[in-house]
Ligand binder design. Sequence first.
Ligand code: PMT
Length: 406
Amino acid sequence: MSLEGRELILGVTGSIAAYKAVYLLRELGRLGASVTVCLSEHAREFVGPLTFRTLSGRSVLSNLFDPQSADAVEHVALAERCHAIVVAPATANLLAKAAHGIADDFLTTLLLAARAPVLMVPAMDGGMWEHPAVAANVATLRGRGVTVLEPDTGALASGQSGKGRFPEVDDIVEALRRVLAPIRDLAGDRLLVTAGPTREPIDPVRYISNRSSGKMGYGLAVAALRRGAQVTLISGPTALTPPPSAVFVPVQTAEEMREAVLHHLDRATIVIKAAAVADYRVLQVSSVKIKGKRDLTLELTPNPDILAEIAARRTNTFVVGFAAETHDVAANARAKLETKGIDLLVANDVSQAGIGFDAEDNEVLLLDRWGGARALPRMPKAAVADAILSHVLGLRAGAATRKTPA
Ligand code: PMT
């Protein structure tokens, strides 16, 4: 695919990999894109604006307060009408500012003004890439629909080896193509996604809950929206910001989640239950705060099994459940798939560090009701979400010709 007619902004930030942005710019130009380069102040220390100006044939944006930038408003307008913004290389500092909405230079201001899709191409030292603060910022950006590429692994500028290298130009162009022309294979579908934990009250100040952060379910909602679906996201309490274009239904308890799910079920073509629903609730919730310093026995009663109820009530809806397992994952998950009567079960081993509850990544086993099994390797939850959606579409397309086991 040529990039003819595409209006792009290339943001370059202060990394030793800034010189590689020159090769990227040359390739974007060769493919026909019109590119305006925006340099951060630190990027200018690595590569001068003249190089970018010569290759792009346009003046380079850099300083928000530059008196020569009297047309700053026009440049913000450019951010609003361009087809995509690529930030390459994106430093840990830039990712942090973008995640927190800081606008203290031209590039970060453009990112806030932009309505176009954004592709971030991180490059930094391996230790920085793995730092929890960077991982959290990347997760925030991905949660908002920003595409953040995984850096390559190999020799780094520090002399060490690790994950943090600027990816190959061809890989960046490929990712840009996907960003520019997102697959709209869920257009016409209405997804009902549940996410996060439920909270089952004990008294006015205490509750029973679990470690679900909502990242898996929100990742599914964002991916489905990008692929053209209408999405209703029913979520227990999380620290995440719901995607603005989803219909968002916040709930607290399993019973509230059940009510919300059943209310929206008829419209849904696909239901995905990524929520970690509490299996039990307290039978007698105290209306006053229970005083401490004495043994306390709580009588628990099972919550309704929402997933099984959906499966029993649905007509043509494709139903996907999750299974959080700690042992015998495949066998337990297969049994759960059958007991609940659903089409696809996504099993994760939540005893493994770095995946499952409150992790950025997941590694899952997909089991379907037709006997199929597919293991997905460990990936960021956004990528797992896309793979699950593609798998659902594949299964649904083949369902008519397949035989359902008795
Ligand atoms: O939220 P994150 O931090 O990103 O973590 C993701 C996750 C680990 C929560 C997610 O990947 C996951 O595994 N979600 C399902 C967790 C769970 O409750 O599993 P389960 O095996 O207990 O339940 C099986 C299925 O039945 C789930 O789809 C659950 O939503 C559903 N269920 C369970 C109990 C109940 N009363 N009603 C239900 O509908």
